[in-house]
Design a protein around this ligand. Structure first.
Ligand code: NAP
Ligand code: HSE
Length: 428
């Protein structure tokens, strides 16, 4: 039987895992897809580099067009990363009628609509399961498993590096900078960790999940992003005392036709299942009107987990080839995107203030909340051990973002408020 030929763009961490699974699971993949799958060309930068896997030198190339314009290749698997070259090569491969599997969240978050449009025009498949939460099959779950439901909320711990850092800070009382350094030494965090710690990596993944969950074309610029670099061990300790863990959550919400998407460090009630997702693990919590609460948990990165998702996409392409239905079941957003205003975005909030420790200050603070109709769930005050200021911790009931911004602006201008130490969204 004629094998389906695959061209791999990249043989790094993920590409190596793809080769291992395709070569190691031949019989199962054949039984499930209906054809033998053969990796016939692999693009790398340096053909002479030492690899953890043995690959015939005829298969390796440093010329991308040997893959993309190779008439023998049916499917291109892009696992090289980056944006511009990856986009150019994927569009060129689609032009040649090749199907695409990619793990590239940066590319799909920024140029997903262009790539999917080109694929639809050419009758090709583009699958990108590995681009969000590595080994968790969340994309197929949203497209297929929830096609019968209407999703109202998606909350994700979709960045393993930041979850590792926050877990260590919580479990060991360690400071952010120390744990980041350790994560870099262990190879979890990159030498330039900006994309992970400032929330941009999670924002790209939430762009993809928001688009799939709400059937509207969410753009990266629609996501309000705040990272973890300002989270202190003191905030985490306060959260724990009140029954919360700090997690970097991507939150996509829908109310009627309006949606909001954000990424921010969030105080998550310890009883919520996301609070116990620790270390480099990822989890995505999905709330559907019909199904209610669901949660998907697993490894968000790594050679074999990520390759599992890629090869599952490959099997889907090969099945479609054998059925002659490629490009027919592509996901197409069919709803107009309507973003919530700040008046429509609502959440509970945790606020830590340093204030003057004298009579009447608490009354002045609570008066500001009352003025903007923000109701309070709890207020805690105690003297600060190292200075003459008092610390006030306030948890609000659900309050809209516009009102909260007004409250915080007023605090900025009050002489009795020494500083707004921290503000967190609260969930669970
Ligand atoms: P990686 O280890 O850095 O591997 C990249 C591979 O692409 C290398 O083999 C490299 O060649 C090749 N390459 C890069 N630029 C190239 C160029 N201009 N021309 C030719 N070859 C080029 O990356 P990775 O960790 O496997 O990640 C690949 C993709 O998967 C990225 O989009 C990433 O975001 C995504 N992803 C990764 C993970 C993970 O756990 N690592 C999880 C989910 C998604 P050389 O080997 O010769 O240097
Ligand atoms: N840097 C990402 C993370 C890799 O830490 O989750 C997986 O996308």
């Amino acid at each position: 039987m004629k094998p389906i030929k695959v061209g791999l763009l990249g043989l790094g961490t993920v590409g190596t895992g793809v080769v291992r699974i395709v070569e190691g699971h031949q019989a199962d993949l054949f039984s499930q897809s209906g054809s033998p799958i053969e990796i016939s060309k692999i693009l790398v930068q340096d053909k002479n580099k030492h690899r953890n896997i043995s690959v015939s030198s005829d298969v390796l190339t440093d010329n991308p067009w040997d893959v993309v314009q190779n008439p023998d290749i049916d499917v291109v698997v892009e696992v090289m990363g980056g944006i511009e070259l990856a986009k150019e090569l994927i569009l060129a491969a689609l032009e040649q009628g090749k199907h695409i599997v990619t793990a590239n969240k940066d590319l799909m978050a920024l140029h997903g609509p262009d790539i999917l449009k080109k694929a639809a025009d050419k009758g090709c498949d583009v699958f990108y399961e590995a681009s969000v939460a590595g080994g968790i099959p969340i994309i197929r779950t949203l497209i297929e498993g929830f096609s019968s439901d209407r999703i109202t909320k998606i909350m994700g711990i979709v960045n393993g590096t930041t979850n590792y850092i926050l877990t260590k800070m919580s479990q060991e009382g360690a400071a952010y900078a120390d744990v980041l350094k350790e994560a870099q030494q262990l190879g979890y965090a990159e030498s330039d960790p900006t994309s992970d710690v400032e929330g941009f990596d999670a924002a790209r993944k939430m762009t993809i999940l928001g688009t799939l969950g709400f059937h509207a074309n969410v753009s990266l610029s629609d996501v309000a992003v705040k990272g973890i670099s300002k989270v202190t061990k003191e905030d985490i300790a306060y959260g724990k005392r009140l029954g919360y863990e700090v997690k970097l959550l991507g939150i996509a919400e829908r109310q009627d036709d309006h949606i909001s998407i954000s990424v921010q460090p969030t105080m998550v009630r310890t009883s919520h299942p996301l609070a116990s997702v620790n270390g480099v693990f990822n989890a995505v919590y999905v709330y559907g009107e019909a199904v209610g609460e669901t949660m998907f948990y697993g490894p968000g990165a790594g050679e074999m987990p990520t390759a599992t998702s890629i090869v599952a996409d490959l099997v889907a392409v090969v099945r479609n080839l054998n059925l002659g239905v490629n490009g027919r079941r592509g996901f197409v957003p069919y709803k107009e995107k309507k973003l919530k205003t700040d008046e429509q975005i609502s959440s509970k909030n945790f606020i830590l203030l340093h204030v003057e420790d004298k009579a009447g200050v608490l009354a002045q603070i609570t008066q500001v909340f009352a003025e903007y109709e923000v109701s309070l769930e709890s207020v805690l005050q105690h003297p600060n051990a190292t200075n003459p200021l008092a610390e006030i911790i306030i948890i609000t009931h659900d309050a809209n973002k516009a009102a909260m911004n007004k409250v915080l602006n007023r605090f900025e201008s009050m002489s009795v408020v020494h500083s707004i130490k921290s503000v967190y969204r609260v969930e669970g």
